[in-house]
Design a protein around this ligand. Sequence first.
Ligand SMILES: C[S@@+](CC[C@H](N)C(=O)[O-])C[C@H]1O[C@@H](n2cnc3c(N)ncnc32)[C@H](O)[C@@H]1O
Length: 357
Amino acid sequence: MSQNVFAREETSQLYAIRDDIKNNKSLCELLKKCETLNLKNDFAYLYTGIMLASYGRTKDSLILYNSVKFSGGLAHELFRYIKQNGSIQHKITVFKTTDAYDAWVKTNLYKIELEGTLKAIEKFIKTSAHAKEVNIMDIGPGNGKMTTQIINHILAFSNIKKINLVLLDKFSAMLDMASKTCITDIKANLEISRVYGEAQHLTKIDVEKLKSSAPFWLTICSRSIHHMPWEQKQDLLKLLRSLTQNLFIVEMEANHDIPEKDSPEIVYSVNKRYSFIFDDINSSSISEKEKKSAIDEFMLIEAIMMLIKERSERIDYHTTAKEWEKLSTQAGFKVLNSEILAREHDNIVHYFAMTIK
Ligand SMILES: C[S@@+](CC[C@H](N)C(=O)[O-])C[C@H]1O[C@@H](n2cnc3c(N)ncnc32)[C@H](O)[C@@H]1O
């Protein structure tokens, strides 16, 4: 499953640097090793800087950062944050409030992904049978903006008149905001019920509640079901197979699930994906306060957690479209369509939408 960006020899030399950091070797010795490794885009230096910060050598990580002119957005935001915060350890829980998310939905990238998401849902609705009254579930609705846009788009291309909507989220602030947004903005006869909990750790009572609201005609999982490791994704998809006729997944194409803590793969992928995101946030027409909120209270915290936490303690486990297809097929679903929503500067896929039956 791992994409093996690095040769075996490069991987072991990077791990050797990590071990030297743990053994308190001097910054000078570490820099010499980085120089010998000579990896593209100063990756050895970035890896070393992150490991230094991760293992509590904050001062050395900042000296290293100041001596290398990194080009990627992650390095800039991360070391700025470390300098400001005094350490890489953060104190914020992402999604406890909707502020940072509210700022992020105004960025260019979000708008591009939204446009692609609506095109993908339009394709689905034009080829799928539906009744006048349907049950829909949204897992991780956030502030409810994406939910309402998707559902209003469905309404525009169907003759659905009534929707029984189940909103499932692990944060009550999100459920409150999403319910409010849906009630105000969805243009249909609407009944909402809420399930408060983690999709992968639902209580028996909640599962029964979902079963009594099933079958769902559609379950929307937009940027939400990557918050669990592979093993739990498997179980969740099996549960969803028993509840829903169609599944719509919108996700980041990334390798953040299987690679272990400190692996060159996780550092490489987080740097690539989040540099692209930070560059986009910084070039979006939003206020400086909104940029700071979207970065320091949301996207950067996600990135830091993937960089410093053990795999079992991560909160984000993005995986590739190919792997989502494998997971869905294993659970008994069939992929109908997969669309690319956004590409990075080098044309690599960044986000995709998948329709599954
Ligand atoms: C990035 S937001 C996505 C919001 C919206 N669906 C969108 O695409 O814009 C992720 C949402 O998933 C929720 N979430 C995170 N982990 C979850 C989990 N394990 N189970 C259910 N919801 C989760 C968060 O609280 C948040 O509302």
